[in-house]
Design a protein around this ligand. Structure first.
Ligand code: 13P
Length: 250
C-alpha cells in the first residue's frame, strides 16, 4: 500500500481578523517540530498574505476559488490570485458553499481543475446530510459526489479528499468509528474505480467536530489519513494537540 503521510488541515471559515495571525506562529512551530505529519491552514482570503508572511514554512490555503481565470464575476477570486498572495492549496466543495452558494458537483470539478492549473493543491470535500444517513444513503450519496466532482488528471501529489458528514460539522457529534471506516473505505474503492492505482496515494481526511480529545481515535481508523478541522483550528491551544495526535498516529 502506498505510504500516506498524515495530513491535518485547519479551516478557519469566516473567522479571523489581523489579530488572529498571532495564533499561526505557534501552529507553524508545532508543525515544524513534529515528524510524520503535514499541516495546512486555510484562512480567509483577506489573511492569506499575512499568514504566509508570518509562517513561511506552513502551507497556507484558501477556502474556495472561482473556476475561471478572470472575468466579470464581482466579488470572486481566481486561483491565480490566491497563489499570487501566498496560497499553496485551496479547499473546494465545502458543504457550506454547496448549500449557501448552491455549488454543484460540476462547479466543484471545474474549481478543482482551475486550482490545479494555477499550481494549487486541492482539498475536495464531500459529505451526507443527516436525512441521507438516516435513509441508508450516506455511502451512495458521498461516492456519487466524488464521481461527479473528480477533477481530470487527479493525482495524489495535489489532490486530497475530505469526508465531512454535514451533521457532524460544528455540532460536537461525531460518527462512530465503524461508520467512518465504512465511508473511508468506500471512498477509496470509488477512487480506485475512477483513477486506478493513483487512488492508493490519495489522502482521505475526516472532518466534523474533530478535537484534541477525539483525534487519536479517529486518526487510527483505516483509510483515515488526517483531518479537516474547523472550530478547533482557530487557536493554537486547540489545534496543536490534533497535530500531535496525527504525528503519533503516523
Ligand atoms: P468543525 O471542526 O468546526 O466541526 O468544522 C469542520 C469543517 O467543516 C471543516 O471544514
Amino acid at each position: 500500500m502506498a505510504e500516506r503521510r498524515k495530513f491535518i488541515a485547519g479551516n478557519w471559515k469566516m473567522h479571523g481578523l489581523g489579530s488572529s495571525v498571532s495564533e499561526i506562529g505557534p501552529i507553524a512551530a508545532a508543525a515544524d517540530a513534529l515528524d510524520g505529519v503535514d499541516v495546512a491552514l486555510c484562512v480567509p482570503a483577506t489573511l492569506i498574505h499575512r499568514a504566509a508572511k508570518a509562517a513561511p514554512t506552513l502551507s497556507i490555503g484558501a477556502q474556495d476559488c472561482h473556476q475561471e481565470d478572470a472575468g466579470a464575476h464581482t466579488g470572486c477570486i481566481s486561483a491565480a490570485m490566491l497563489a499570487e498572495v501566498g496560497a499553496s492549496l485551496t479547499i473546494v466543495g465545502h458543504s457550506e458553499r454547496r448549500q449557501d452558494q448552491h455549488e454543484s458537483d460540476a462547479d466543484i470539478k471545474a474549481k478543482a481543475e482551475a486550482a490545479r492549473a494555477a499550481g494549487l493543491s486541492v482539498i475536495l470535500c464531500c459529505g451526507e446530510t443527516e436525512a441521507e444517513r438516516d435513509a441508508g444513503q450516506a455511502v451512495s450519496r458521498v461516492t456519487d459526489q466524488i464521481a461527479a466532482s473528480m477533477p481530470d488528471g487527479a493525482a495524489a501529489d495535489w489532490l486530497t479528499i475530505a469526508y465531512e458528514p454535514i451533521w457532524a460539522i460544528g455540532t460536537g457529534r461525531v460518527p462512530g468509528t465503524d461508520d467512518v471506516a465504512e465511508m473511508h473505505s468506500a471512498i477509496r474503492a470509488k477512487l480506485r474505480d475512477l483513477i486506478g492505482d493513483e487512488a492508493e496515494g490519495i489522502r482521505i481526511l475526516y472532518g466534523g467536530s474533530m478535537n484534541g480529545g477525539n483525534a487519536a481515535e479517529l486518526l487510527a481508523v483505516g483509510d483515515v489519513d488526517g483531518g479537516l478541522v474547523g472550530g478547533a483550528s482557530l487557536s493554537a491551544d486547540k489545534f496543536v494537540p490534533i497535530i500531535e495526535a496525527a504525528a503519533k498516529a503516523s
